[in-house]
Design a protein around this ligand. Structure first.
Ligand code: EPU
Length: 335
């Protein structure tokens, strides 16, 4: 059985750096220990919150019940005929895994370098950047149900992935713990450099590691380092609007960045909408809009979740007022 800590400080366990005390906390390093903890919590009727790298989560000042941070940190390769399967425990640091795999010449997740968090959190929001989403390379997700500790393996289709979306935000929200991912990578070079200026940064025929390093440089130029300035990456999702609504906006704002989706809807750039409201670099109290990427809200220290949500509502309110477009929050609320 894993050690259970009481009144455990989580302020360093969330990238926003919000103050939070967990009533009980455990970081099991074996699936069996995780199952025992879940059964015990179910018997006691104690709520369970699962914490990964804490990079897409808004924590309250106090979390009741048990906080579980899976410390399943093994990963290994399984060679198949024309692909390589990577099994990665939920507690594996995502970026470290990307760099290790890209460094060994494996292709598939190099565009997802420098995304903070653990592997277990990656399927929840279907992490994506620079033209690649996790679902493009996912083979399976292993999980445990919280109510009876049974194990299950989901196929990608069963995960119902969408843009920043999956079954783990809906039917399975708060009901399962992800324990392992299986990724499908390839040794055949397959650079995807269409997004932004990646191609000019990598040159011809880059290695997977060179692509990952170029992605790291782009991210470092635009996105704040959570170790220095609290943030949860993009705070809002890019909104989808109908063709008609997009056409109306484009009449007034012809320079509006927009991306037609396969279902006919149009994805707009939330960062651009926020910037046009004059909010880039705007600060109120302990929170602000990042001065290099308006989609990211930053925490200067000393603030609370409630204050952050008020600040975010003020930002979203201005976008609705000016453009009539609703912004949806991306990080999930815990507790
Ligand atoms: N833009 C602005 N002002 C800003 C930010 C963006 O005008 O302050 C414009 C850009 O000029 C560009 C467009 O908006 O025309 C898109 O910007 P960018 O390429 O920076 O991407 P994004 O849509 O703002 C998304 C992801 C990021 C990911 C990048 C690159 C979401 C919610 N965010 O941002 O993900 O890194 O694409 O693929 O989809 C994250 O989730 O934490 C994250 C950083």
């Amino acid at each position: 059985m894993s050690e259970i800590l009481t009144d455990h400080d989580l302020s360093r366990a969330n990238t926003l750096g919000l103050p939070c005390i967990a009533e009980a906390f455990a970081a099991p390093s074996r699936v069996h220990a995780l199952q025992e903890l879940l059964l015990q919590a179910a018997q006691q009727g104690s709520p369970v919150t699962v914490l990964g790298g804490g990079s897409n989560l808004i924590l309250p000042e106090r979390l009741r019940g048990l906080v579980l941070q899976p410390a399943l940190s093994d990963w290994w390769l399984e060679e198949a005929s024309n692909k390589v399967l990577v099994h990665a425990g939920a507690g594996v640091n995502w970026h470290a895994l990307v760099m290790a795999l890209a460094g060994s010449g494996l292709w598939g997740i190099e565009n997802l370098a420098l995304i903070p968090g653990h592997c277990g959190g990656a399927p929840i929001q279907n992490i994506g950047a620079y033209g690649v989403e996790l679902c493009d390379v996912l083979e399976a997700v292993h999980l445990i149900h919280m109510d009876d500790a049974r194990e299950q393996v989901l196929t990608p289709a069963e995960c119902a992935f969408g843009y920043r979306d999956s079954i783990f935000k809906h039917e399975l929200a708060g009901r399962v713990v992800i324990t392992r991912l299986v990724l499908r990578l390839s040794r055949t070079p397959h650079p995807r450099l269409e997004y932004g200026d990646l191609a000019s940064r990598t040159g011809d025929a880059p290695t997977a590691l060179q692509v990952a390093e170029a992605v790291c440089r782009v991210r470092q130029e635009k996105l704040p380092d959570p170790a220095r300035l609290g943030n949860a990456g993009s705070f809002f999702k890019n909104p989808f609007v109908s063709r008609d609504a997009a056409d109306r906006l484009l009449t007034t704002y012809p320079e509006l960045p927009h991306f037609t989706q396969s279902d006919g809807r149009i994805k707009l750039a939330a960062g651009w909408l926020i910037e046009q409201c004059g909010l880039k670099g705007w600060r109120q109290g302990h929170f602000g809009v990042h001065d290099r990427q308006a989609l990211v809200l930053v925490h200067f220290g000393g603030g609370s979740a409630a204050e952050l949500l008020d600040f975010a509502a003020a930002v979203a309110g201005q976008v609705v007022e000016r453009f009539g477009v609703e912004l949806e929050r991306e990080p999930r609320l815990a507790g």
